[in-house]
Write a protein that binds this ligand. Structure first.
Ligand code: NOJ
Length: 761
């Protein structure tokens, strides 16, 4: 009875708060409800179930192609939307089938994996998150929406907001790293960027937050693997970004491949209905991941019909590729295993999405043959791509001011990624054309003229034939040089010997990251390390320019290279952006959104850990530590250098205590003490010293960017409210508990100033 009352209360709160928001929305909702109800009255059960079907048709797939004869199914009204089809011509053709040849003329949704740009490719999401610049990230999502809608699309499967603490997982490249607070800010920014202010505009797309939920916590970093997690950890550390996206008004959510508490997400009623819709008030549509309903058979929770029943009853609306709903839906309803109202609700949510996108008004809203020429890779978007790339790069080491480079020195650029274009746009670069990406070498030629610098390839990007074959089977373009590995190294060493400084450009092939691309060892590949060691033996200073889709283990590199610049896979303008940073036109300002471990044995390693009962103590054997490696990471969360240096003053607090409903302000003076103008990201962390459950040693609660000229000082202020001190307690109530707190401010999660304060009752 009690839980029933609580449920009614939640519903009434969410309904009344939603209708209070904006009277215009309520009118819109009423008109939409009426429109959809009238339409649904005309629909047969088969047509309703048809709306729940999302086949893939066209260019690209990430699993078995199960969607046969899609055009015929569209004609029969058995398709609600398609994905992987784009360009106005292709979209118009399919939309015409739906609008002209079906009984009820219901237009289709057109989805696609627009992940970090559509035609203009921005840095991979992990890179973008390292900019800690939510306005910039929002602009990249907006630009992607402009191109996607110009290509006929109205739905993008982004943002991916899965918190990830295991860099072995290939898909860390697609998300915003390890922190739930930073991840939440980025999730909101991306939803706003994609959906704009008004979904019915012809340049707004429906966003789809994914993968709900906890997909980033697969055991051992292996893709699609089992997840098992306490509710306390879920609520405090993993669910926040999805919730933030819901609060930002995201129109759709994709369920994940993994199980939660033994129930696969795509059939998990607690997740999709109790939490998402009842507690969080989500009113959009839920789509499965690619055949994730079918895959519940492999999870071992039933045969195909049973998993269809589980999914529909869990509150999943749309079946991506698997066609379980259209195969078993009618029977499930007729036999009473699924209530007709459940199918009606799913169908309604899909029709509502179409209504919000304005598709009933004009099914060809996104089909304008003139827009592509205007939008695709326009000069402003390429400029934005370069800006985003520069702001995403993280300077990990810079001993003796090896960087920025001086163009009057003799510089040798060495490595398989110097002239490379294919890998620059990274994985999940959808409709991006790698042939249009600017290589580092081309950028240098453009900037400084031909033959200004020395070059040698030095090694193949991937020497190992087994790995190379695997990568090439999936769109890799990895080739083997006619020279032997030894000859290539010899040539590189000779080239290095002629130079004052060596820039080694090394890293992962794009296919070593992304979906189904987990690695058990995350260092540079052996052949690349061999090259680097040979270069080191020349005695020349080495600047290591890295491309990767994940944190790498870089102990040797850190000990032996003068400078290290992490550039991720930085997109269409990669070469131009890297050249600008290397030569000091842009002073790097990126900060890591994910910890770099010293070795794989430390994984999972993340900054917002718990203290344990036996915190590390070098003098006590029986304290939490390894025998063979320190507990600390190589580069902590929030870390990133600049060509200049910043000095932090002591923290000033407006009051040593805070009351419920009130706030305090923490201020810190930051001074540019180096030789370059620069931008610093000042980070604020808190720690709840004593809680009813143990609390992490630090949690990010704010950050601000400050731009300082040489010698300049500025003061950064943070307002802290009681909300910033809240967490989910053992009853999963979101509370702030009175008592002592610590507050930390610094340029990364490790090097901070600290001060205490108290939350009073
Ligand atoms: C599988 C991936 O997990 C998901 O992120 C993607 O959106 C779908 N495939 C569609 O391509």
């Amino acid at each position: 009875m009690k839980s029933c009352l609580a449920f009614l209360l939640v519903i009434s709160i969410s309904i009344s708060s939603l209708s209070q928001v904006n009277p215009k929305n309520t009118q819109h909702d009423a008109a939409m409800n009426q429109y959809v109800s009238t339409l649904m009255q005309k629909m047969t059960l088969e047509e309703k179930i048809g709306q729940l079907n999302l086949p893939s048709i066209g260019f690209d797939v990430t699993g078995p192609v199960l969607s046969q004869g899609v055009e015929e199914k569209i004609r029969k009204g058995l398709v609600g939307g398609v994905f992987n089809t784009y360009t106005p011509i292709a979209v118009r053709k399919l939309q015409q089938l739906a609008v002209n040849e079906t009984r009820l003329k219901i237009p289709l949704l057109f989805g696609y994996d627009v992940i970090h740009g559509h035609r203009t490719i921005f840095p991979i999401a992990l890179g973008l998150s390292s900019s800690w610049d939510t306005a910039l990230i929002e602009r990249t999502a907006r630009a992607a929406a402009l191109e996607a809608t110009a290509d006929g699309l109205n739905w993008v499967f982004s943002p991916m907001v899965d918190i990830a603490r295991d860099p072995r997982w290939g898909r860390v490249s697609e998300g915003a790293g390890e922190d739930p607070w930073l991840g939440s800010q980025i999730a909101k920014a991306m939803v706003k960027g994609y959906q704009g202010t008004d979904l019915s505009k012809d340049n707004a797309v429906l966003a789809c937050v994914k993968h709900f939920a906890l997909y980033g916590a697969g055991e051992a970093g292996r893709d699609y693997n089992t997840v098992d997690m306490s509710r306390i950890r879920m609520f405090n550390e993993y669910l926040l970004p999805y919730k933030a996206a819901v609060e930002a008004g995201v129109g759709s959510i994709m369920s994940s491949f993994n199980e939660i508490d033994g129930v696969p997400a795509s059939g998990n009623k607690w997740l999709l209905t109790d939490l998402l819709r009842r507690q969080w008030g989500f009113r959009g549509l839920v789509v499965s991941d690619y055949t994730s309903i079918n895959e519940m058979v492999n999870h071992g929770v039933g045969d195909e019909k049973k998993v269809g029943e589980l999914s529909l009853n869990a509150g999943l609306d749309m079946d991506m590729v698997g066609e379980i709903f259209i195969r078993y839906g009618i029977d499930l309803v007729k036999s009473g295993r699924v209530a007709q109202t459940q199918v009606d609700a799913a169908c309604r949510r899909i029709l509502e999405a179409k209504y919000k996108l304005g598709l009933f008004q004009d099914p060809y809203r996104f089909v304008n043959e003139e827009r592509p020429a205007r939008e695709m890779m326009s000069a402003d978007k390429l400029e934005l791509s370069k800006e985003a790339a520069m702001k995403s790069m993280v300077l990990l080491k810079n001993a003796g001011q090896a960087l920025p480079l001086q163009a009057n020195k003799k510089i040798a650029f060495i490595g398989p990624l110097v002239k490379n274009q294919r890998d620059l746009i990274g994985s999940w670069s959808g409709a991006g054309d790698w042939k249009k990406a600017v290589s580092i070498w081309d950028a240098l030629q453009q900037k400084f003229g031909a033959d200004k610098f020395l070059y040698a390839k030095g090694c193949n990007l991937v020497q190992d034939s087994v790995l190379r074959k695997r990568l090439n089977d999936h769109d890799g373009q990895l080739t083997i040089d006619p020279m032997s590995p030894a000859q290539m190294i010899d040539q590189a060493v000779q080239t290095a010997n002629q130079a004052d400084v060596v820039v080694a450009v090394l890293g992962e092939a794009f296919g070593m990251t992304g979906e189904a691309a987990s690695r058990s060892m995350i260092g540079l590949l052996e052949n690349q390390l061999e090259l680097l060691k040979a270069l080191k033996n020349t005695g020349k200073p080495i600047v290591l320019v890295l491309m990767s889709g994940r944190p790498l283990t870089l102990e040797w590199e850190n000990a032996n290279c003068e400078a290290i610049l992490e550039t991720w896979f930085s997109g269409s303008q990669a070469g131009n952006a890297i050249a600008s940073v290397l030569f000091g036109e842009y002073n790097p300002s990126g900060k890591l959104s994910m910890t770099f471990p010293r070795n794989t044995g430390q994984i999972p390693i993340y900054y917002n850990a718990k203290n344990t009962g036996r915190p590390i103590d070098p003098n006590n054997k029986y304290s939490t530590k390894y025998l063979d490696v320190p507990n600390t990471p190589l580069y902590p969360f929030g870390f990133g250098l600049s060509y200049t240096t910043f000095n932090y003053g002591e923290i000033q607090l407006s009051s040593a205590s805070i009351k419920p409903g009130a706030s305090i302000t923490a201020s810190v003076a930051v001074t540019n003490t180096g030789k370059f103008d620069g931008v610093e990201t000042v980070q604020l962390y808190v720690r709840d010293m004593i809680g009813s459950i143990s609390r992490p040693v630090k949690e990010l609660r704010g950050f601000k960017k400050i731009s300082l000229k040489v010698g300049e000082s500025g003061t950064v202020h943070f307002k802290i409210t009681v909300d910033d001190l809240k967490f989910f307690n053992a009853d999963l109530k979101f509370v702030a508990e009175p008592g002592d707190f610590k507050l930390f401010i610094g340029g990364n999660s490790q090097d901070v100033k600290e001060i205490g304060f108290t939350l009073v009752k």
